[in-house]
Design a protein around this ligand. Structure first.
Ligand code: DOR
Ligand code: ZN
Length: 348
């Protein structure tokens, strides 16, 4: 039985760090394990311009526990007013790695997102020209479309037309949740990648809704049927190269989640590596974990993988603190509801 696993230090290709007190509280939970992370721009107000991204990057670095130990990879929030020249300048700086597309109203702080996709054509064409990836929150927001169908409908009615109209545009299908998304990804070319979260590999909609509603399992895209979760596990453990970890770790204060209108988001950063090792171990595919956490993402983004290594050790079930304290109250940590046997070796 494998009891030690050494991997290149992982990266997180989709992370919400927020700002201010929340940023200070959650950043160490990521920087302790991960070398780099793609930082989501859905602040209030959003990170729209290169200047916004540079200022946010400075705030992240100021909050980081060790100088030079964690590298935030910045993104710009695509709006109908985004200037292609600003996007190109941001890309040329080397500090901004992607542009994020939120359909307006799709999720937390997405009000400034895109309604009319024709208005962002010039930006998409510029991005295809310079090789800058578009990270896509893939859900339609049409009220008539059932929330469990929003990802599959988005692929057919928005994503596929955008990709056909913009040859060469690199696209990351963010936090995919369905077998339909898995099929579309597999059928795509080298310019199409996807991230999968930790929680979508571990829970289905029964976990969220049977026996009482679990607000801490509510996220967007919402968790789906078991067959979709199984398709995601099969994808990430199969050795497929265009899929990589994007935790979508998204902290909200406990009171904002345990509410009559609870926020979407699962805070998984502290437990993510333990959870993933459990998933891959259960599937008998521990040898594929490093590709998912540490190799496939850098390859897609065209940057070198980390040289440093980490070790995970298997032993008795670990009990993690259920909450993380912030200056404004606690944030509940993702609890997958099963024992976790793999821990991060701090002594390595
Ligand atoms: O569950 C989610 N939370 N999904 C998102 O797309 C946004 C995120 C957040 O910012 O809280
Ligand atoms: Zn997200």
């Amino acid at each position: 039985m494998t009891t030690r696993l050494t991997l290149r230090r992982p990266d997180d290709w989709h992370l919400h760090l927020r700002d201010g007190a929340m940023l200070r509280a959650v950043l160490p939970e990521t920087s302790h394990h991960f070398a780099r992370a793609i930082i989501m721009p859905n602040l209030v107000p959003p990170v729209v311009t290169m200047a916004d991204a540079m200022a946010y990057r400075d705030r992240i670095l100021a909050a980081a526990p060790g100088v030079g130990l964690f590298e935030p990879l910045m993104t710009l929030y695509l709006t109908e007013d985004t200037d292609p020249a600003d996007v190109a300048a941001a890309h040329a700086s080397g500090l901004v790695k992607a542009v994020k597309l939120y359909p307006a109203g799709a999720t937390t702080n997405s009000a400034s997102g895109v309604q009319d996709f024709d208005k962002v054509r010039p930006v998409l064409e510029k991005m295809a020209e310079i090789g800058m990836p578009l990270c896509v929150h893939g859900e339609v927001t049409t009220p008539e479309v059932d929330i469990f169908d929003r990802e599959a409908v988005f692929i057919d009615t928005v994503l596929d037309p955008i990709r056909r109209a913009t040859p060469g545009l690199k696209v990351v299908m963010e936090h995919i949740t369905t077998a339909e998304a898995v099929d579309y990804l597999r059928a795509g070319d080298a310019g199409l990648g996807a991230t999968v979260t930790t929680h979508h590999l571990m829970i289905n909609r029964n976990h969220m809704l049977v026996g009482g509603i679990k607000p801490h399992y509510y996220c967007l895209p919402v968790v789906k049927r078991e067959r979709h979760r199984a398709a995601l596990v099969e994808l990430v453990t199969s050795g497929f190269e265009r899929v990589f970890l994007g935790t979508d770790s998204a902290p909200h204060l406990k009171g904002d989640k345990q509410s009559a209108c609870g926020c979407a988001g699962v805070f998984s950063a502290p437990v993510t590596l333990s959870c993933l090792a459990e998933v891959f171990d259960e599937a008998g595919k521990l040898e594929q974990l490093e590709a998912f956490t540490s190799l496939n993402g850098p390859a897609f983004y065209g940057i070198a993988p980390n040289e440093e290594q980490i070790t995970l050790i298997k032993g008795d079930p670990i009990s993690y603190p259920p909450e993380l304290a912030t200056e404004n109250g606690p944030v509940v940590v993702f609890d997958p509801g099963c024992p976790l046997h793999w821990r991060f070796d701090d002594a390595y």
